[in-house]
Design a protein around this ligand. Structure first.
Ligand SMILES: NC(=O)c1ccc[n+]([C@@H]2O[C@H](COP(=O)([O-])OP(=O)(O)OC[C@H]3O[C@@H](n4cnc5c(N)ncnc54)[C@H](OP(=O)(O)O)[C@@H]3O)[C@@H](O)[C@H]2O)c1
Length: 286
């Protein structure tokens, strides 16, 4: 989708989802576009399942592209002409563009989570047991990334709707991944929240007091303008935690590279998120 603006052609990029108002993607991508001097604009579009796929194709074939977020990452797959290995392995797409009239989809959440993970587990000795909450598109990316981590010995997958988690365990078919019927009584080294709980600023997917022991690290994929409920809980018990901004940044940099064939200008996206470089890890209290 190209727009004429004061005689200049502008490519349109968008994040497609519902809800989408919380997304910081427009902020960071527009900052990168400005820094690179690109004639492009990035917007947030709240769309239902029936409009998401057609809009994806229209944006891509119009010379733009974008991202897909909750809850459409799995349902847009039939609208792609070509899938990268990460999309095939996860069954989820978060990034799209077109080349030579062919619509491509990738899943840069995998790369984004990998970079977050590396920062989070620094200093922890393996083998690590991970309790992963959620069985949507984000959880698929987390599983693929974790299955490639030699320090992870076991991934316990819990989801509010058990059948969905069982479906993911079957999809990946890896002995390191198993379904947790119940999270109560487990003692994970790392707790990863890949559910949407917390987006409202108050909810949590689990009652952390029901774990047999507190985790050593917490990773919340959710982010917002304030610390998420899970990160607030972690801070309260002095457990290092990160919210989803580090992963957001990493997946956004990877998406930009897919669209333009080069990385975004150094620091442009991080500055737009108001912190520089590394994944922020809250300090352990003395
Ligand atoms: N930081 C990043 O870069 C990044 C990247 C990707 C995703 N995310 C975030 O990750 C979250 C999940 O994204 P997604 O694409 O996987 O979404 P999705 O496909 O819609 O899946 C949502 C998941 O959240 C669960 N859930 C929703 N509300 C819940 C609640 N109140 N209690 C317990 N579980 C609940 C759902 O469980 P059911 O199956 O039972 O419905 C499902 O497992 C979103 O908040 C998204 O913003 C962040």
């Amino acid at each position: 989708m190209r727009r004429r603006e004061a005689g200049r052609t502008s490519a349109t990029f968008a994040v497609l989802g519902d809800p989408v108002s919380h997304s910081l993607s427009p902020v960071i991508h527009n900052a990168a576009f400005r820094a690179a001097g690109r004639r492009a604009v990035y917007v947030a579009r709240r769309v239902g399942p029936e409009r998401c796929g057609p809009m994806l194709r229209s944006l891509a074939l119009g010379g733009g592209g974008g991202n897909v977020t909750v809850p459409h990452k799995e349902t847009v797959l039939p609208f792609l002409d070509r899938r990268t290995g990460a999309v095939t392995a996860t069954g989820a797409c978060n990034t799209f563009w077109a080349k030579d009239g062919v619509v491509w989809g990738d899943n840069t959440d995998v790369e984004g989570f990998r970079r977050t993970w590396t920062g989070v587990v620094t200093g922890l000795e393996g083998p690590l047991k991970v309790l992963l909450l959620g069985a949507g598109g984000a959880a698929r990316a987390v599983i693929l990334a974790l299955l490639g981590e030699p320090g992870v010995s076991r991934i316990l997958l819990w989801n509010r709707t058990a059948e969905r988690a069982l479906g993911l365990v079957r999809h990946f078919g890896d002995d390191h991944l198993s379904h947790a019927v119940e999270y109560r009584g487990t003692a994970p080294d790392v707790l990863v929240n890949a559910t949407s709980a917390g987006l409202d600023g108050v909810g949590m997917a689990l009652d952390p007091e029901m774990l047999a022991a507190p985790p050593l690290r917490v990773v919340d994929l959710v982010y917002g303008k304030r610390p998420t409920p899970l990160c607030r809980y972690a801070a309260g018990i002095a457990v290092p935690a990160v919210d989803g901004r580090g992963m957001l940044l990493a997946q956004a940099e990877a998406s930009y590279a897919r669209w333009f064939g080069e990385p975004p200008p150094a620091g442009a996206m991080a500055r737009a998120l108001e912190y520089e470089g590394e994944v922020p890890v809250t300090e352990r209290r003395p």
